[in-house]
Unconditional design. Structure first.
Length: 282
């Protein structure tokens, strides 16, 4: 693995990655990450994809040198595991055939711990466990990662650049935090989509036509998210900025911010998801 400091490399941070890289699982998340890597300069000829049912856009990359389900294996620089956790035990033997002494393994399998990965791979394998979320499919996700002690500084940098193709990346030292990460950002998009559903339904109950209410809720949440993305202001300040004393927003927030309101419900929801993540991880 090599790096470069010229301006072209800064704009396409994977251009200088020598590879090879194997992607195990090229479904929605894995496929989106692959497209992001290619946009950042990863050479298709340096890339291997293991996917029993590759999408047409994945198959088309074979013309550019991408290797799909090759019959041979051998040590690679990086192996990224992007399959559903339910089939983890089935795919780990295939992953192992690509792991050498200097291979970095990056797993985005929800709930599969470093302990599980360590047991399935050769001793002293460098492993990064990461938790992305679904907005990664459009490059606007947030991923939290944790590394085992065998990951070098260079390998961590490579992992960061690969994960950053899907959006922001944060690192933690304590793997125990990954259950809460899963509950907040991993499951979080579903909470936002539920908010859109609930807001639309409330609009319908208030008399709005269904189509109009759904569009108002959808665009309001999408626009508010984009505003939060673009501004340095925190959520509390943004909320205060749109709230006039004694106005309509204040009346609604009095309900939502009551003792049994949204904050209390969200705290219970995240706690429940955290417990479930811990249970699933064993």
């Amino acid at each position: 693995m090599t790096t470069s400091t010229d301006s072209g490399s800064a704009e396409r941070p994977l251009r200088a990655f020598a590879g090879p890289l194997v992607l195990v699982g090229a479904g929605k998340m894995g496929g989106a990450m692959l497209q992001g890597w290619l946009a950042l300069g990863l050479e298709p000829k340096r890339t291997i994809v293991l996917e029993p049912q590759p999408a047409a856009e994945i198959e088309a990359l074979a013309e550019r040198g991408l290797k799909i389900n090759p019959n041979t294996a051998g040590p690679v620089a990086v192996a990224v595991i992007a399959v559903k956790p339910q089939i983890a035990a089935e795919v780990m033997p295939a992953v192992k055939t690509f792991v050498g002494a200097s291979t970095l393994v990056v797993s985005i399998m929800a709930g599969r711990t470093l302990r599980f990965l360590t047991a399935a791979l050769p001793p002293k394998t460098a492993i990064v466990r990461a938790m992305p979320n679904t907005p990664a499919a459009i490059g606007r996700g947030i991923t939290v990662a944790v590394a085992n002690p065998h990951v070098s500084a260079v390998q961590r940098d490579i992992a960061h650049r690969l994960l950053a193709a899907a959006g922001g990346v944060e690192w933690v030292l304590d793997e125990m935090l990954m259950d809460a990460v899963t509950a907040v950002s991993g499951s979080g998009p579903a909470y936002v989509f539920l908010l859109a559903e609930a807001l639309a339904q409330a609009g319908i109950e208030a008399g709005l036509p269904r189509g109009l209410s759904v569009k108002l809720a959808r665009e309001t949440i999408a626009g508010s998210g984009e505003l939060m993305h673009r501004t340095p202001l925190d959520a509390a300040t943004l909320r205060q900025n749109v709230t006039s004393p004694g106005g309509t927003t204040a009346a609604a927030l009095e309900v939502l911010m009551s003792r049994d309101g949204l904050t209390a419900l969200m705290t219970k929801a995240v706690a429940a998801a955290t417990r479930r993540s811990h249970d699933l991880a064993g």
